[in-house]
Design a protein around this ligand. Structure first.
Ligand SMILES: [Zn+2]
Length: 78
């Protein structure tokens, strides 16, 4: 079983689909039982998507940022 620290270390590779199928399996297994790592991965994914968008568009407006904050807050209520 993976430890939370190992999940955090492999998270980038996981999102980039660079893990082997066995590593992915173990990763998903950990996510299934660990809400902390699920939240971490979700936040990481969101950050990556945003930074990708930022490289194509200009600086985010205040509206974009408050929409993002609302999205994260909504997510935490679940
Ligand atoms: Zn964990």
């Amino acid at each position: 079983m993976l430890k939370c620290r190992e999940v955090v270390e492999q998270a980038d590779a996981y999102l980039a689909s660079e893990l082997t199928s066995w590593q992915r399996f173990q990763f998903n297994l950990h996510l299934a039982i660990c809400g902390y790592c699920r939240r971490y991965l979700k936040a990481l994914k969101m950050t990556q998507q945003i930074s990708q968008q930022l490289t194509v568009s200009s600086q985010p407006s205040d509206n974009d940022i408050s929409a993002l904050v609302a999205m994260i807050q909504q997510d935490e209520k679940k």
